[in-house]
Design a protein around this ligand. Structure first.
Ligand SMILES: Nc1ncnc2c1ncn2[C@@H]1O[C@H](COP(=O)(O)OP(=O)(O)OP(=O)(O)O)[C@@H](O)[C@H]1O
Ligand SMILES: [Mg+2]
Length: 504
């Protein structure tokens, strides 16, 4: 019998197994630290797939030194007929005029492959059903499946039994604009897991898994409560658990779709956009005079943030605006030359990587730098600047803390321990926020592996429970009945959102 925990994260994925005695993380890549794999998929033009670090390396290699050249691909023709007026009624065709337009789509013919990251964030998006990759349309499910297959293959050499159930993590609330985002995401995730070959599986909330793994070694005393604060690349997930009758019972969960990806985007806007020409004044010839005006950076900004499609900025009309701006010389010209290099070299993903490196470094030092050698870009980044960018997100985090405590019917002082996990929980501003609210009780717990560990432990328990002798009422001996979600029943009544209700 083997407990299996699969953390399919927005940024990183991990697989843990537990045999009742020992917890292990399975190697997912043949490199040191390969137990934590970047959640990445690369699809080449000839439909070969690579995952993990290899996917990122391949994308970077394929793009470095390449100059994007868009070509107009004919999609079809549109004919528009404008009806005549009373005045033209006597003319041929009643004076109507017909125009024909050729319709072109700009494509990057030499693009060797597409890189997909943060696919988990699309799972709950009703409006994103399919993504066009070269001449094929891939369902979102099909983009999650190769990574999940790779995670399952890591289990190939493990001794498993027919009763094992893989526990696969899910955030409390998947990202998505519509009310049914969670349902859509759960259905897609379940389908992707099935395609990946997980036959017996169960989706299990990530922050409960985080608490579970921490409390394995440092159990709560009877009646004590703990809060898990899991801040990752895509979501912030919270859970309050309580030790009751020697078991872990869920009191409340809450989730907010904010994470490290959003922090990186905000840093890009705040610190890098001005270095690429945002706010520049440029001169443009209008009739017989030179007019000074703002460079139209807004035509570039969103596409730069959406790095996977940033090649689209190589449209002739945008390049013309850029080349015109570069003639400005001085600071504006230098910044716009840099923007030109980002666009022509398809380097927006490299900018994101540099931003993330600088952000991560600020957990250790007060000052770092966003460095992209190919762009001659060096932007100093201080911790206080990162704090300023993160502040609005932390206000949301603070509100989420209020809400989960209220749902659990607890005050901040009631918690015995706050388990801080997930990569973004390493931000200095996050540590300060939690220390302020829960002084002296915050502990960091395995930011990148805690979820997989907790899932493996919970999976093992679930299977063990099924194998224990049954009492006459059909429940495993010594166990409380469980709800289908795997949580102990007989807890406080639940609100429709699934949070335990009732206050002290
Ligand atoms: N020291 C650090 N300081 C700030 N952010 C960090 C640090 N280390 C990693 N991160 C960020 O943490 C995120 C990845 O964390 P993690 O692996 O926990 O996320 P995930 O599990 O993949 O995402 P999710 O749980 O939201 O699906 C990335 O956005 C990364 O930039
Ligand atoms: Mg996570």
């Amino acid at each position: 019998m083997l407990g299996i925990g699969i953390d399919f994260g927005t940024t990183n994925s991990t697989v843990a197994v537990y045999d009742g005695q020992r917890l292990r993380y399975l190697p997912l890549e043949p490199v040191a630290g390969g137990e934590v794999m970047p959640t990445a998929l690369y699809l080449s033009r000839d439909r070969q797939a690579e995952v993990g670090r290899a996917a990122i390396d391949r994308y970077t290699l394929d793009n470095s030194g390449r100059t994007v050249q868009l070509t107009a691909e004919e999609v079809g023709a549109i004919t528009v007929t404008v009806a005549g007026t009373d005045a033209t009624r006597g003319l041929e065709d009643g004076g109507s005029i017909t125009h024909s337009f050729e319709v072109h789509a700009w494509t990057d013919q030499d693009l060797p492959g597409r890189l997909f990251r943060s696919v988990k964030r699309w799972l709950g998006s009703a409006s994103v059903e399919r993504v066009r990759v070269f001449d094929a349309h891939y369902r979102i499910v099909a983009l999650a499946t190769p990574v999940l297959s790779h995670l399952r293959e890591a289990l190939a050499d493990e001794k498993r039994s027919a009763s094992d159930v893989a526990f696969i993590g899910r955030p409390v609330r998947y990202e998505g604009r519509t009310a049914d985002a969670n349902e859509i995401a759960v259905a897609r995730m379940t389908e992707a897991c099935r395609h990946a070959g997980f036959r017996r599986m169960q989706l299990f909330p990530e922050p409960i898994a985080a608490a579970r793994s921490y409390l394995e070694e440092r159990p709560l005393a009877e009646g004590e409560t703990a809060l898990a604060f899991d801040f990752g690349g895509g979501t912030l997930d919270l859970s309050v658990v309580e030790s009751r009758d020697g078991q872990l019972a869920l009191r409340a969960t809450h989730g907010v779709p904010i994470g490290g990806d959003e922090i990186d985007r905000r840093l890009y806007r705040a610190k890098v956009f001005p270095e690429l020409g945002e706010g520049s004044r440029v001169h443009r010839p209008v009739l017989d005079e030179w007019r000074e005006e703002d460079f139209p950076f807004d035509r570039f900004g969103d596409r730069l943030l959406n790095w996977a499609l940033a090649y689209d900025l190589n449209r002739p009309e945008l390049l013309e605006i850029l080349v015109q701006g570069m003639r400005e010389g001085g600071d504006a010209g230098r910044c716009l030359e840099r923007l030109y290099s980002v666009v022509k070299g398809n380097l927006s993903y490299s900018v994101f990587q540099a931003i993330e490196r600088a952000k991560v470094a600020l957990s250790e030092v007060e000052r770092s730098e966003i460095v992209v050698e190919d762009l001659d870009l060096r932007v100093p980044l201080e911790r206080a600047e990162l704090d300023a960018v993160v502040t609005p997100l932390l206000e949301q985090a603070d509100a989420a803390l209020e809400e989960v405590l209220a749902s659990a019917g607890l005050a901040a002082d009631d918690l015995s321990v706050v388990v801080r996990t997930g990569g973004s929980s390493r931000l200095d501003a996050v540590i300060r926020l939690l220390e302020r609210r829960f002084p002296g009780r915050v502990v960091e717990h395995d930011p990148f592996t805690s979820i997989a560990a907790g899932l493996a432990l919970a999976s093992w328990e679930e299977v063990a429970r099924g194998q224990r002798p049954r009492s006459p009422d059909g429940h495993a001996e010594g166990q409380r009945p469980r709800s289908p979600a795997g949580h102990a029943e007989g807890q406080r009544p639940r609100s429709p959102a699934g949070h335990a209700k009732g206050h002290r």
